[in-house]
Ligand binder design. Sequence first.
Ligand code: HEM
Ligand SMILES: *[C@@H]1O[C@H](CO)[C@@H](O)[C@H](O)[C@H]1NC(C)=O
Length: 465
Amino acid sequence: MALGISWLWPWLVATLVILATIHIVLQSQKIKEKIIASLPVVVGDTILFLREPSDFLLRTFARRGDYFTITTLTGAKMTVVNSPEAIKFILLNSHKSFSDGYTKEFKRLIGEGKFQDPDRHSVYKKGILGIVTGEGLQRLFPLINSLAQKTVESWENQLAVNTSDEAHKFAFKGGMLAAWRNEEMDSMDMEEIRNNLIILREAVTAIPINFPGFYYHKALKAKRALESRIQKELFKRRKFGHETNDFLNVFMSVKEFEVSDRDIICMMSAMVFASASSTSGLIPWVIKYLHDFPEVLQHVQDEQDSIKQRMAEEKSTSFSWFKMKSNMPYTQQVINEVLRIEPLSPLIPRKVKENVEYKDFVFRKGSTVWAAMSSVQLSPDHFPNPRKFDPSRFEVTPKPGTFMVFGTGPHMCPGAELTKMQTLLLIHHLVTNYRWKRCGPEEIVSTPVRRVTGFPICLAKRHDQ
Ligand code: HEM
Ligand SMILES: *[C@@H]1O[C@H](CO)[C@@H](O)[C@H](O)[C@H]1NC(C)=O
């Protein structure tokens, strides 16, 4: 799950205070810039960092080398790690020397129960992977395929398609098919769950003050609503013995150890959150890049047209997902390039459990380490001209350890294949049936992670086939 944003809040609080002060003292934009540059390093860095985290990390990387330690305004020491080798070392040793680095406040919002407990993690993970990879993924294929088709068809009648909202709906529904499948759930019920997830997503960067009037407070309420809805489902399944191939069933049928209801509910809310928020972050970017690069779109369209034709000829029922996917190498390159250039998890936090020596560096017990994934993805050493959107760079496999958008090691993202299937199928139905253009202003927020919040498109049926 693209959760690497939780470390932000102490910075945010501090920054807000400073920014507010600067605002009060000086009102001119120009003077403000100067002041930022001349404040002590930490303060200035915090502001620059909050403006554009990836850029900040790249610049600092260039200045300070593979590792650098920052003392935040709250006094906590944080080490940022930029080199692929060191990042790999940290992520591969995740159980032994490093544990997850999410803050208490974040876990209160999106706590995952004991999902990451080293004694339990591999059992849960194996179960989940059974649902969203291999045969499990193939079982999801027809469901997600028809969801993608219906989603795109529903866009045809909309005056302007709100891509970020529609992507969230689609990602959410697809995620639910994997995590919590319930064909009987009505659309009101679904929308209510989805709305709670949106509130949680927005709250990740809110100041964590649990008091009426604060967003965090509202979000904790949304969390409780989500939890009680999951609990209802859990009890219903127990009572009626409902068996489905989904995450909930995986958690309910663990035999190796006892899993409390509380743990199941927490893990489920995290899973539902992760699946909806990450995929919905990716899809609008893909739509935007296809729009902005007509020659890339043309290439994707040609590839997808020929798949559509072959599927029609060979009767689509005999087409497995894996066969379909193997026929779209270029579209996959496009997805990879979007994931590279727009890091959805720019930083992965870990807490250091014991002093760890790595080469000439010591990670101190108790400190927090950030694996700066975005520095690697956007480094000219690994990807020449890194800011250039160029899917053809994936014609050759990137050097090991330089392309880890889904992490690596024991905590590597289990949802990677599902996300790709959802995105590729949506693109398939979109480009083979419609032409589309942007028909409203573009909106992108960049704090803490660059995200497309507005990219309205208008669709017209293609008549050239
Ligand atoms: C574009 C989409 C996605 C991106 C970029 C992404 C990225 C990541 C990354 C980088 C990690 C590793 C975090 C760490 O090491 O601490 C991760 C973990 C995780 N992701 Fe995703 N993810 C995506 C989609 C999904 C989806 C669709 C699901 C749900 C099925 C999901 C569920 C999870 C879970 C449960 C973990 C924790 C795994 C563990 O601790 O073993 N992710 N994700
Ligand atoms: C698109 O949907 C989001 C809700 O997901 C909303 O916040 C935003 O204002 C919508 N944009 C437009 C242009 O309606």
